[in-house]
Write a protein that binds this ligand. Structure first.
Ligand code: SF4
Ligand code: F3S
Length: 367
């Protein structure tokens, strides 16, 4: 238990991370959380003084991709910072302990209470949950026990948040997300396939800095990460507005980085901060790599966003298809195009899918 008493200052010093590196990390976190710059000292002060909250990481029906994403995250070591700051006492995939020793670590954390539970993977509920058993217990029972006296649950990846691939039609195990089962404590959903580790780190940093979970949308996704559509921050957006579309893979437009809407991009219906945070140490993200967004942060995307390479159908209230065709035909390089595209962009923003910020669940103190 001595480990829990260590503040982040000592942890960082132990890891040889300089003060400058630490402040850079705090500024990055403040930026990710969309906090004003004058909040950076508060983030730093909180992280330097706060004790590490114990956490348990559970894996159920999943591919371990979110764990992989966490382990491959930024250097210098946001991953290590998160793991050390969080004091992950139990993680089946990466912990050194095994068997009885591992179960004891989990049991003592659960008994103490007030911990965070991080869940990766969906939970099968058919036939009393017998399709996912660990150590003779079903995922349903393990989740119930681990969350009983916990402070909050953070569900990571599309499987833990919305059921993901295991819940795709016909959903043979009746897989569900954490929020379908856990009702007595706050749940933060961090969907994505996989999770973006930066968003997990920022959620924890918010929790440590403000003693509350970040404000969330109606799907329990933090607004700082899921408050804006991919389409609104996409680096190819100017090509959408100018009517410059990739028509087939490898064509001139594809080589020039034009808009992937006609190749099936689901960015106009997807809320996620991929364009600003990116993956792999901020190196790239799907659209930057030349592939359309498949909507992996949205509920049921394996069913609702497929076929992945088919363009979005007309959205009620606004003829996106018609607009795209008009743009493609005649508006390139005209002054009028800029004006019209601007108007179209505004109309799209107003009339397409409802903004995620509607009905936000605010991060309150007792979160
Ligand atoms: Fe970007 Fe896709 Fe929108 Fe085109 S349709 S601007 S590629 S998000
Ligand atoms: Fe997923 Fe689309 Fe981002 S596919 S990773 S939400 S660009």
């Amino acid at each position: 238990m001595e480990e829990f008493e260590k503040d982040m200052g000592s942890i960082l010093a132990q890891q040889g991370i300089s003060r400058r590196g630490f402040l850079k990390f705090c500024a990055f976190m403040a930026g990710t959380l969309a906090l004003p710059l004058d909040k950076v000292p508060r983030v730093a002060a909180a992280l330097e003084s706060v004790s590490r909250p114990p956490a348990i990481w559970l894996e159920f029906q999943d591919c371990a991709g979110c764990t992989e994403a966490l382990l491959r995250a930024s250097r210098p070591t946001v991953t290590e910072i998160v793991l050390d700051v969080l004091s992950v006492d139990y993680h089946e995939t990466i912990m050194a302990a095994a068997g009885k020793q591992a179960e004891e670590a989990k049991a003592s954390t659960i008994e103490a209470g007030g911990h965070l539970v991080i869940v990766e993977g969906s939970i099968p509920t058919k036939d009393n949950g017998l399709y996912c058993c660990i150590g003779g217990h079903t995922a349903m029972d393990i989740l119930e026990e681990a969350t009983r006296d916990a402070a909050a649950v953070i569900a990571v990846g599309n499987c833990a948040t919305f059921g993901g691939l295991p819940a795709a039609n016909p959903n043979p195990t009746n897989a569900v997300g954490v929020r379908d089962l856990v009702k007595h404590i706050p749940v933060v959903n961090l969907p994505g396939c996989p999770l973006n580790a930066v968003n997990l780190t920022a959620t924890v940093v918010h929790y440590l800095t403000f003693n509350s979970l970040p404000a969330r949308d109606h799907l329990a996704r933090p607004l700082f990460a899921y408050g804006k559509r991919i389409h609104d921050n996409c680096e190819r957006r100017s090509h959408f507005d100018a009517g410059q579309f990739v028509e087939e893979w490898g064509d001139e437009g594809h080589r020039l980085g034009w808009c992937l809407y006609k190749m099936g991009c689901k960015g106009p219906e997807t809320y996620h901060n991929c364009p600003t945070v990116r993956y792999n140490d901020g190196t790239s993200w799907p659209i930057m790599a030349g592939h359309g967004c498949i909507g992996c942060s949205e509920p049921g995307f394996w069913d609702t966003m497929t076929p992945f390479y088919q363009r979005l159908p007309e959205v009620p209230g606004f003829g996106v298809e018609a607009t795209v065709d008009k743009l493609g035909l005649g508006m390139v390089a005209l002054t009028a195009a800029g004006v019209a595209a601007h108007a179209i962009g505004s109309a799209v923003r107003k009339k397409m899918t409802a903004p995620a910020s509607e009905s936000p669940e605010q991060g309150d103190k007792d979160d």
